[in-house]
Design a protein around this ligand. Sequence first.
Ligand SMILES: [Zn+2]
Length: 329
Amino acid sequence: MEFLCAKCQKTYPIGGLQYKCECGGLFSLKKAPGERVPITVSLGEVVTPIIKRCFGGVEVNLKLDYFMPTGSFKDRGAFILINAIKAAGITEVVEDSSGNAGASIAGYCAAAGIKCNIYIPESTSPGKIKQLSAYQANVVKVPGSRDDTARAILAAAETTYYASHVYNPLFFEGTKSIAYEIYEQVGIPDYVVAPVGNGTMLLGLYLGFKELGRLPRLLAVQSVSCAPVYRKFHGLAPAPASSTVAEGIAVPTPMRIDEIIAAIREADGDIITVTDDEVVAAHEQLGAMGIYAEATASAVVVGVQRYFKPEEAHGLNIVVPLTGTGLKK
Ligand SMILES: [Zn+2]
């Protein structure tokens, strides 16, 4: 198993300090046929349940991916990434997320006995640090802007393994397990509706279904306040991002934007945007059904009601993953 530069085809070891190629290209994972990550670390991963529910007259298969150990689908990525680097002898990592990805990396590092340093902007609210602290992560608060944090993490990554949920292809090797589960549960769907920030779920879906031999149509959902993928996909000029309640998908500069767009095009998919008011309403709609998801997760419920007309959606197999629990707030 090696990292492969998508641009120049140079390979690198998975346990090394290089998180991208010296040519600037991003890594994908190169595996021998049948090669698997050896699993020694578990937090009790489950096959997440699917329940049928109706939104605006459209029946969908809701996949409750917040049933994962730390409360979000990001555990799929951390599970494989941390198992792989533990096998490679890594004893300490750095990562830069105060959200679900950071919690997943911190949780699995705790389980694996790997020292975990999470870099976050100093302005991050204390509530977001609670779960990281519970997992005994060393939280490094960086003064200044998000860009200052980005600079600090890249400096730290020069000497410590970067367990990045964006750069490290082992993370995407993990998130693709959602495709295999969906296939076992309901076959290859007609559509999967996925929120998109850095594309960790969407690229996982793409890679997994690609291996399975057939892609569902991928409908990506972004917040209107932060929609770089939507804008590039539809040929619109970039626009400045503003804050949104769907903070899990508020990524102004997704590193893998071209991969995300290529995946959606190959899957004959589409991208739409949703407003904060719609997300808040969908969050309440889910709550009224007994489903307590994070606000970001509710964006896909808006997407369903906006994109599909009940008369046209009749009989379609539509899978809608809910990415994270509402209990973290
Ligand atoms: Zn390269």
